[in-house]
Write a protein that binds this ligand. Structure first.
Ligand SMILES: *Cc1c(COP(=O)(O)O)cnc(C)c1O
Ligand code: SF4
Length: 343
């Protein structure tokens, strides 16, 4: 038997998989037989350096080969369309700079605060509203969340902490344990929420060590995944979601309504049905936040409201997500009602 190299043995399988993801658009397109797709006009190098392509192999395996319009590919491929600057689109579309309680701790709403646990993600979603977020300034040099946890400890009105980022599940189990051990000392915390795309994009992340950590937590946990299209859900993802449920978390999903990806009633209905079969309830369907580079994903509000009305006609109420828009300065996400005119 050939022993594993000492370097490799320090990392779990999922960490190796995360590190091995595609970072080069040409390699990604070659793997999908799309080397000669004239409709794919890639972004220039500068933009690709600022927010580079990043996608795990397991997510790429769920893409259709030879299809330049594959809905999973569209979410990750840096296109030239991102270079257009569009009126109303900005670096901080939802006013996060103004919502900072301490470096890395954002609070907009009563009773809940959001921790930027890390800036890293296994996947880079082109429509991400934090694609220009100043992560370096928001995380302390040693990554120990020092000022954020101090602010949290002194504000007894905060009952719920949301672990966000970046993706908090890119952190190792050792780091997550270090974080939650420190949270145990904060008596006013009553709920923990985890916002993560990892169970969808890198289901190997949900291993025994992780579910042991999850089931050891002293708070009720809401784990909110981020899935936009039914093709993102394969057998491995279903397995990971069921493990999370078995470990005691309440599972919810948030999606972003994206032109050319999921702006279709049948796609959204199938998404809700497949998520429910994997123990996940739909939570939010977000209208696009107007972040620089994402304008080509926008779905007009009238069309979004018509799609929601169609979903409500087809599905039981508990499988219809709340259509929301984030308006800076509002005390909650703003619910957008279903339309009355047909699609
Ligand atoms: C969206 C968001 C939340 C979560 O809002 P809910 O309606 O509770 O899901 C919390 N904090 C911040 C800063 C947010 O942007
Ligand atoms: S996983 Fe979430 S935080 Fe990371 S790039 Fe995608 S949308 Fe943004």
């Amino acid at each position: 038997m050939i022993p594993a190299s000492p370097d490799k043995r320090q990392f779990s399988d999922w960490q190796q998989e995360q590190a091995a993801g595609y970072r080069n658009p040409t390699e990604l397109l070659a793997a999908l037989n799309l080397t000669d797709a004239p409709s794919l006009d890639l972004a220039a190098g500068a933009l690709q350096r600022e927010f580079p392509l990043r996608v795990p192999h397991s997510f790429v395996r769920r893409m259709r080969k030879s299809d330049p319009n594959d809905p999973l590919l569209r979410q990750v491929l840096p296109l030239a369309a991102e270079e257009h600057s569009v009126l109303g689109y900005s670096a901080d579309p939802v006013g996060e700079a103004a919502a900072q309680n301490a470096p890395g701790l954002l609070q907009k709403y009563h009773g809940r605060a959001l921790l930027i646990a890390t800036g890293a993600c296994a996947i880079h979603c082109r429509y991400c509203f934090r694609r220009e977020f100043p992560y370096a300034a928001q995380t302390d040099r040693f990554g120990r969340w020092q000022s954020a946890l101090a602010a949290l400890a002194t504000d007894t009105t905060i009952e719920e902490l949301i672990l966000s980022g970046g993706d908090p599940l890119t952190l190792s189990d050792r780091r997550l344990t270090e974080l939650t051990d420190r949270l145990r000392g904060i008596a006013h915390l009553r709920r923990l929420r985890i916002h993560t795309r990892q169970p969808i994009v890198l289901p190997a992340r949900i291993d025994r060590s992780f579910t042991r950590w999850l089931s050891s937590l002293p708070w009720p946990v809401a784990l909110v995944v981020h899935c936009n299209h039914p093709a993102e859900i394969d057998a491995e993802v279903v397995g990971a979601l069921r493990e999370l449920r078995a470990a005691g978390a309440t599972l919810l999903n948030q999606s972003v309504l994206l032109a050319g990806v999921n702006d279709d009633a049948q796609v959204l209905a199938t998404l809700s049905q497949q998520l429910f079969a994997a123990s996940v309830l739909p939570y939010y369907l977000h209208l696009l936040d107007p972040v620089n580079g994402a304008a080509h994903f926008d779905v007009p509000e009238d069309r979004a409201r018509a799609l929601l009305a169609e979903l409500a006609r087809r599905l039981p109420g508990y499988l219809v997500p709340r259509l929301v828009r984030e308006i800076p300065g509002q005390p909650a996400k703003t619910v957008v009602s279903a339309g009355t005119s047909p699609l």
